[in-house]
Design a binder for this molecule. Structure first.
Ligand SMILES: [Zn+2]
Ligand SMILES: [Zn+2]
Length: 348
């Protein structure tokens, strides 16, 4: 008889079931990982709202490799690993052309019967990044931190740029800390509601924090600046990072400086995904609108090192650590008190 483990399954609306299921059998090229921590991602809540069948969930996973399959060379039993939520394949045209970031045929664990909200998960060797020197509650941030870093890279932020970050979820907050560290001039943070998220933005290094319910972005006192030379500093937005509803994009473009770049991430906005922007302004302002999509998961080695070096104060990003038994409560907390709930980490 095979050994069993607890694994969570979810279904709309906001239902969670814990089941005893067999521990997966390790197979060649794959690793059995004992999950030590798994973070809740904003996209998990979409599944809680939309899944018509019971579905496994959880993709911000760190743990210990407890069994390695035949042929695995880069991971040994007992290694601490962070699991990429998707890897790349090495053989498609994009990979061969050196654009592994455009690969969508890489190995991943998404078709497993259970995912990260479980005691164990089976993962392909390619997606397991061995690390050391971090607590589980720090390392578990590596996957969403890669998302934040991709936003920063996508917006091509350079030293001295004044940056507006819209949406103070964990990704927006980590983006604030990253742009601060890469030498942004001024960092403005905007969020829709007052509470813990706005306070955390200040602590992460934002110079000014705005509540968009009180001050819509289009009303911000930003000035476009063609010539900076010697003029006193005004509120300028050279770069904008948006992790907020798409309707924020048109108003953020309005306040973006000439030649500015806006990078956006966000999915499953339904009807709200449709936006209209005035093409003349877009043209004459030489604005750029770019999509950030950190899939396959990239930058784990860089982010793990940044976490070790203290770039991100994990205690500011993580608001709750809860056991697997309280997963349903954790989802409801994120649904009902999102202004005061940040990253929730589940420890199976
Ligand atoms: Zn995610
Ligand atoms: Zn590929």
């Amino acid at each position: 008889m095979s050994e069993t483990m607890r694994a969570a399954f979810v279904k709309a609306p906001f239902q969670v079931q814990l089941r005893e299921v067999p521990i997966p059998e390790v197979k060649p090229g794959w690793i059995l990982v004992k999950v030590e921590a798994c973070g809740i991602c904003g996209t998990d809540l979409h599944t809680l709202r939309s899944a018509s069948d019971w579905s496994p969930l959880g993709h911000e996973i760190v743990g210990v490799a407890t069994k390695v399959g035949a042929g695995v060379r880069s991971v040994r039993e007992g290694d601490k690993v962070a699991l990429e939520s998707g890897s790349f394949c090495h053989t498609c045209a994009a990979c061969r052309d050196g654009r592994v970031d455009l690969c969508n045929t890489g190995p991943n664990y998404w078709s497993n019967p259970t995912l990260g909200f479980a005691e164990y998960i089976l993962a392909p060797e390619e997606g397991a990044v061995v690390f050391d020197g971090l607590e589980w509650e720090q390392a578990v941030l590596v996957e969403p931190m890669g998302v934040a870093l991709d936003m920063v890279y996508t917006a091509d932020i350079r030293p001295g740029h004044d940056v507006l970050v819209v949406g103070m979820g964990p990704i927006g907050l980590m983006a604030v800390a990253l742009v601060r560290r890469v030498g942004a001039g001024r960092v403005y943070a905007a969020h829709s509601r007052r509470g813990r998220r706005m306070e955390a933005a200040k602590a992460m290094g934002a110079d000014e924090v705005f509540c968009t319910q009180e001050w819509p972005i289009s009303c911000f006192p930003y000035r476009k600046r063609r010539v900076a030379g010697g003029a006193p500093r005004e509120h300028v937005v050279d770069r904008a990072l948006v992790t907020a509803p798409p309707r924020v994009i048109p108003e953020t473009l309005q306040v973006l400086n000439y030649g500015g770049i806006l990078s956006f991430i966000g999915i499953d906005w339904g009807e709200g995904q449709k936006i209209t922007i005035p093409a003349d302004d877009f043209h004459f302002n030489k604005a750029q609108l770019r999509a950030s999509f950190a899939s396959p998961a990239l930058y784990f080695p860089t982010c793990l090192q940044m976490l070790r070096d203290g770039w991100i104060a994990s205690d500011l990003v993580i608001s709750h650590v809860m056991p697997l038994e309280r997963l349903e409560e954790a989802f409801i907390l994120l649904r009902d008190d999102s202004a005061n709930t940040l990253k929730v980490v589940i420890k199976p």
